[in-house]
Design a protein around this ligand. Sequence first.
Ligand SMILES: [Zn+2]
Length: 168
Amino acid sequence: MGRVCTVCRHPGRGAIDAALVAGDASLNKIAQQYGVSSYALRRHRDRHLSPALAALREAEEAEREASLQQRIERLIERAERLLRAAEEDGRAQAALAAVRELRSLLELLGKASGELNDRPQVTVNLMASPEWLQLRSALLGALLPFPDARVAAAAVLELPAGTDEGEP
Ligand SMILES: [Zn+2]
């Protein structure tokens, strides 16, 4: 009780912790390298390293999540470009596919950013978001010359069947 940890007080503590986290070398090897006892090193690893390790893992996790979000956002941009191109060329099937893709990407983005995890009502908010509504009416407008595709699109967009929204 009250015993001071020789590893915590070691001038090379940062390097020792890094070696423990990396897990490439055995405890005995690290202990030898830094001139501490393997007992002290094991004790330090079990009692003092875990908060540092947890913080490290948290940081890694946050970074992984950030990069996942960035990747999804890039995919969304690409799907939006595809949708615009399909609309300009009047390719209804391609536009429909792009909207389907966008919809699942937006949901994925919501999950990845943690917004949908604990709050199911956010799904409703997503469908009511200005970006989504704008996209939806753009698509339905683009599909006016293609009644069959328009009905199919309305189904994908979860609109009531036979909606006459946007009819002249
Ligand atoms: Zn320690």
